[in-house]
Design a protein around this ligand. Structure first.
Ligand SMILES: [Zn+2]
Length: 241
């Protein structure tokens, strides 16, 4: 992790003054991600900011416009599914996008030191971590080793789903995404303050592995999720919220 972000490195050739200003607002940042996801879904990615010139330009400092708190699933590579490049996304990934101390600290680093205006919780259908937690809850057995920590972190979402009468895995995933958004804000006063001051927003999105499209399931402030999303080619995809 670079600690040069606060020193303000030279802007990259594609980060003009207008562009930097545009990406400094949470809504613009979210729109940028939605646009990149649409390109990915449509099979027309531009692969921005992945060339050698940009690599050199961002070496002295980073100004990512979004933090991604995503699941570690190998099919959920943030820069690919949002069609972005070097220096664009500050990515924190754990199995089941759990929000423990190191994750919270990483998010706070991006929001406070780097000034990143958007935090995105990225979950997905058929999530193995959520399925493992569901199995553990139903059988009453805990997985061995440190996998137990992942399951323990997901169990509150399982209990919430049960209380709401939700028992299908993708419905539980949606609840877990919303729960992670709430956990980030509830456990990090630094992040909550940034959101309250309008400097940052937190959005939870669910990614469909086959279709490649993301769909918002939670947002703080709520209005951010009203942005149009990538058209889904999956007829089973629920409506946006
Ligand atoms: Zn997963």
């Amino acid at each position: 992790m670079s600690h040069t972000g606060s020193s303000g490195g030279q802007p990259g050739p594609q980060r003009t003054t207008d562009r930097a200003a545009a990406l400094s607002e949470p809504t613009r940042a979210y729109a940028e991600l939605v646009a990149g996801n649409r390109r990915f879904v449509d099979g027309a990615p531009r692969h921005p900011n992945q060339d050698a010139g940009h690599r050199a330009a961002v070496a002295d400092g980073q100004h990512p416009f979004a933090v991604i708190v995503g699941c570690s699933d190998s099919r959920l590579a943030a820069e690919i599914i949002f069609d972005r490049g070097l220096g664009d996304l500050f990515v924190v990934r754990t199995a089941g996008h759990t929000a423990g101390p190191e994750v919270l600290g990483s998010v706070e680093y991006a929001v406070t030191v780097l000034g990143t205006p958007l935090v995105v919780v990225l979950g997905h259908d058929s999530c193995g971590a959520v399925q493992a937690a569901r199995e553990s809850a139903s059988t009453g057995t805990a997985p061995s080793g440190h996998l137990g920590a992942v399951v323990d972190a997901v169990l509150p979402s399982l209990r919430r789903a049960a209380a709401e009468g939700v028992d299908d895995i993708d419905g539980i995933v949606d609840i877990h995404i919303a729960q992670t958004v709430e956990t980030l804000l509830g456990q990090s006063p630094v992040l909550a303050d940034a959101v309250a001051q309008g400097r940052c927003a937190v959005v939870g999105v669910s990614y469909r592995l086959a279709a490649g499209a993301v769909r918002p399931v939670a947002a703080v402030p709520a209005g951010l999720a009203a942005l149009e999303t990538a058209p889904s080619t999956d007829p089973a995809a629920p409506a946006t919220v």
